[in-house]
Design a protein around this ligand. Structure first.
Ligand SMILES: NC(=O)c1ccc[n+]([C@@H]2O[C@H](COP(=O)([O-])OP(=O)(O)OC[C@H]3O[C@@H](n4cnc5c(N)ncnc54)[C@H](OP(=O)(O)O)[C@@H]3O)[C@@H](O)[C@H]2O)c1
Length: 322
């Protein structure tokens, strides 16, 4: 496993991080906790030292599983979690005041809850689960972050940006108030490379690249005739004609497979790691086989310039979360 700086935090994070939404089971359907723990342990064995979770991933279930798995690795594992949004509506409408979305007391209360779930005294990276640049000048969230840092309850602070809208985090990156940002970045959504990534490099802000496999669309494991449970994220995301179109587009990417990049998940993860602004890429993983395949990507040579140029034509702007 190779490691990269998480921007100004100077933390050395594994290129492949562990996306821990699925193990929380919230909206991902049932999975056995024992399998999730095994996947986490396998990831630690293979050198993964960065986990991204959230209080919202099963009301702390994902955090509690991480606390259980991490015991023997606590000294070297870096955990990032998130404060849930207080108001309704996802994403919050532009006129939502920051002091209502993330009141100070709410940020502090949920940080305390996450500390208990994670069985730790200090969260390495606390993030707001969603962000709007309209809030950048507000004091409410800043007061809580300053207090938590002063008390040693969080080491670093970041924000997770609105789906497919990297431009909604440019002001906060420019403000110098965040140590890291989390953003959707994958072969279908290459938009962060336009403005956000160069700005993060300039401001030395760490980049956590999320949803690298397009919620499964870039794994090559979906089939157009599959029946997905409509009550799960994937059933919602790939509903109707979407599944067929996604499979067709993923199939077209097979022409990029070669020695060293033998599968679509490898291509998708290599794509993310080929951008120098990316500190870590966090595929969601619930099983050890996926952990092994994904960890094998780290340290492989980056995709060639001609491959990256070719992949530009496969960008597919759309929002399946709506
Ligand atoms: N708003 C936010 O802040 C936000 C939103 C979304 C995600 N996130 C974070 O980003 C992480 C990643 O996103 P995600 O989990 O939603 O989506 P993702 O990483 O794009 O895709 C996850 C899916 O890919 C499958 N997978 C992983 N490796 C595979 C492999 N090698 N071969 C075949 N299938 C593979 C997983 O299967 P298994 O689960 O069966 O292993 C799961 O079905 C989340 O876990 C979470 O930490 C944050």
């Amino acid at each position: 496993m190779q490691f990269r700086r998480l921007g100004r935090t100077n933390l050395k994070v594994s290129e492949i991080g562990f996306g821990a939404w699925g193990i929380g089971k919230a909206w991902w359907g049932h999975t056995e906790d024992a399998l999730s723990i095994r996947a986490l342990l396998r990831a630690f064995e293979l050198g993964v030292n960065f986990i991204d979770t959230a209080y919202g991933y099963g009301d702390g279930h994902s955090e509690r599983l991480i606390a259980e798995a991490v015991q023997a690795f606590r000294e070297r594992v870096i955990v990032a979690t998130k404060v849930p949004l207080k108001t309704r509506g996802w994403p919050p409408p532009p006129d939502t005041p920051g002091k209502e979305a993330f009141p100070s007391a709410w940020i502090i209360e949920h940080t305390e809850k996450s500390l208990r779930n994670l069985k730790t005294d200090c969260i390495d990276v606390q993030q707001l689960h969603i962000w709007r640049d309209e809030w950048v000048e507000e004091t409410e969230w800043r007061t809580a972050v300053e207090q938590l840092k002063r008390q040693g309850k969080i080491r670093f602070f970041g924000v997770s940006l609105i789906d497919h809208a990297p431009e909604t985090g440019l002001a906060v990156v420019r403000s110098g108030l965040v140590d890291a940002v989390q953003v959707i970045y994958n072969i279908f959504d290459q938009s962060p490379a336009q403005e956000l990534f160069p700005l993060c490099q300039q401001m030395d802000v760490g980049v956590i690249a999320r949803v690298p496999l397009d919620e499964g669309g870039l794994t090559g494991k979906l089939r157009p005739d599959m029946s997905l449970d409509p009550d799960t994220l994937q059933g919602f995301y790939f509903r109707g004609e979407r599944l067929q179109e996604t499979c067709a587009r993923a199939d077209r990417l097979r022409s990029f497979l070669r020695d060293g990049v033998e599968t679509l998940p490898k291509l998708a993860l290599q794509f993310c790691l080929s951008h120098p602004a990316v500190s870590t890429v966090i595929p969601g993983m619930r099983r050890s086989a996926h952990v092994e395949e994904n960890c094998a990507v780290s340290g492989a040579p980056p995709l060639r310039a001609d491959e990256l140029a070719g992949l530009k034509a496969h960008a597919w702007p759309r929002n399946f979360y709506q």
